[in-house]
Design a protein around this ligand. Sequence first.
Ligand code: FAD
Length: 437
Amino acid sequence: MYRGERTVSDRQKNPSQSRPRVIVAGGGFAGLAAVKQLARQPVDVLWIDQKNYHVFQPLLYQVATGLLDPETIAIPLRFCTRKWPNVRVVLGEITDIDLTGRTVTAAADSFAYDYLLLAIGSTTNFFGNGELASRAWDMKGLTMSLRLRAEILESLERAAMETPRGQIPALAFAIVGGGPTGVELAAALSHLVRHEIPKDYPELDTKRIPISLLQAGDALLPSLPPAIQAYAQARLEAQGVNVRLKSRVQHFDGRTVTLDNGECLAAPLLIWTAGVHAAPLIAKLRVSQGPGNRIEVNRNLQIPVHPEVYVLGDLTFHKDALWPQNAPFARQSGTFAARAVLNAALGTGPHPNFRYRDLGTMVALGPMNAVVYLPWMGRLSARGFSGWVIWLVFHIGALVGFRNRFAALLDWGSGLMNRRPAAGLIVSYDKEPASKK
Ligand SMILES: Cc1cc2nc3c(=O)[nH]c(=O)nc-3n(C[C@H](O)[C@H](O)[C@H](O)COP(=O)(O)OP(=O)(O)OC[C@H]3O[C@@H](n4cnc5c(N)ncnc54)[C@H](O)[C@@H]3O)c2cc1C
């Protein structure tokens, strides 16, 4: 798409254009990595997202628990593209993709492409349980994390009002999912409730507020070695988190969680971190799809019958490759696809097959404590303070932009020095559970 062209009909009126038109759909990890590669290259790039910013999702739990300001983990797309004259940003929800006609519809306009890099990511998967979808909270996005922060703080305010001194507050938190997100959230929530909140709510005995982490499998952090799993569990338990393994949630009535063994658990605030499926638009596309509506691709991330379409990040599925839904895969897929498009468009020869490089896993377990597992460094693992230093260096480097890195250091530093947490304001958000976003 050359600059100034907006619609298919505009392009048809002006057939002289010759630069390949590339649409990058989605401004997440995959979309950003792709656009970075395409910047300043002889292609015209249209970058579409329904939000005007890129968000660093792995730190959303820190926004939900007041450890980081929301703007620290996000960056406007137009700020990224300031120095990229061949990239145009369109803010709007993509409502249709015509794979045969090679057009994308967004913001009530239709845009033609020669190459499409599809990277619109995933949404929370409640596995068809409507009860959970309408009552549980999730953190899939900045708005939802801010609403969750408001809800956590409001529930503490209500408990402070309603609980006579010396009595246990009628409040309990439960987190579903023992993967990295659930574990990090449990540790951060426990730090907030057990260490930060008591300073401001002397009338509330927050040590006795239950925080449960419910994991369907028989270990936390299933992809990590058993020693790290055991360490993480012991660490959470030492912080007052009730870790419950083999506990699959079946019902939630808004106050009580029922497990598949019939056991009931009071938890007025239930946070769901137990899975994702492809963004809803994908279900409408007539392409072969795998688990969670992910799109089946070949080894080069292309849709076999539409090789001009590359599928990236959380949307990608290959029946023989165990590609994960995580940030490193999303970034690597975006970089690979953009290079492949440049090779094809500029006729610079074939591009090698995509190869995923597992960069490992890092999970924060509260202030100055983390577990790290790096398979590419001789299966190096670290835990405790040394793990946290690696976690810190990596996350500071991974945030986009100097301002965000500096702000994160400031927020974490002030937290460690026992100063005011980054964000403790209850700001008025339209509070609704996940499905009503
Ligand atoms: C709470 C949380 C914690 C996580 N923690 C980790 C972690 O610790 N480590 C790790 O590696 N991974 C983590 N992940 C997973 C990781 O964030 C994702 O795998 C990664 O973001 C996928 O990148 P993506 O580009 O495919 O999609 P996303 O980053 O989700 O980006 C998709 C983009 O598409 C846009 N979009 C969606 N639908 C439309 C539409 N119809 N029209 C226009 N735009 C649209 C969205 O606004 C978004 O900007 C976490 C995810 C979450 C939610």
